[in-house]
Design a protein around this ligand. Structure first.
Ligand SMILES: [Zn+2]
Length: 195
């Protein structure tokens, strides 16, 4: 800040707020600096007050507060407290009523195909970890997916062979005739007499 010595008692200063030039007793100026009364040079109480004033608009203040809150909520102790309160609320009567009122919306949410897909994956992971522990869950899931892949590539013929349902109708008819017929059957050991 340019200080211009006017005479042996007064100096000329420039106000940091309004930019006007003004004179101050040199002794007072030195005293202020020595005591650290003001860090910035102001011509009057009015300028000093206005310089301190919060000139943010309401929108800006809201945005700043929102930014502060976002950071504040990340603190572990604040998070824990919030979680505790949320749990208590959903267990309370008010929470139960709210949940019940929102039930149709929730069902609609669960019916969406992308939710179903996500839930299916989540459930598979959950069951795998429950059955095989976190160590082997991934191995199990890989095997499961491989199995599905093979299943999808198998033909109708192969599936019937594995499930032993090939020629099912024909075999059942023959079994029926064998037990209910009085005709003698030509077996591999020749004609066996019936009891
Ligand atoms: Zn001023």
């Amino acid at each position: 800040m340019p200080e211009i010595v006017v005479n042996h008692t007064m100096i000329s200063l420039v106000c940091e707020h309004c930019g006007k030039q003004f004179e101050r007793r040199k002794a007072e100026h030195d005293y202020r600096i020595k005591k650290g009364i003001t860090s910035r040079v102001m011509c009057s109480m009015k300028c000093s007050g206005q310089a301190r004033k919060d000139n943010r608009t309401i929108e800006q203040k809201r945005a700043d507060k929102a930014a502060y809150d976002r950071e504040h909520r990340k603190k572990p102790e604040v998070k824990a407290k919030h979680l505790e309160r949320a749990k208590a609320f959903w267990k309370s009567d008010a929470g139960k009523a709210k949940r019940k009122a929102r039930l149709p919306l929730h069902l609609e949410y669960c019916r969406r195909p992308e939710y179903k897909e996500k839930k299916k994956e989540y459930d598979q992971q959950y069951r795998a970890e429950k059955m095989y522990g976190s160590e082997f869950a991934e191995a199990y899931l890989t095997l499961l997916r491989l199995d599905q892949e093979i299943g999808e590539r198998m033909s109708n013929h192969e599936i019937r062979l594995i499930n032993d349902t090939y020629n099912k109708k024909q075999r059942r008819r023959k079994d029926y005739e064998r037990t209910n017929s009085y005709e003698l059957e030509d077996g591999p050991m020749g004609n066996l007499e019936r009891d």
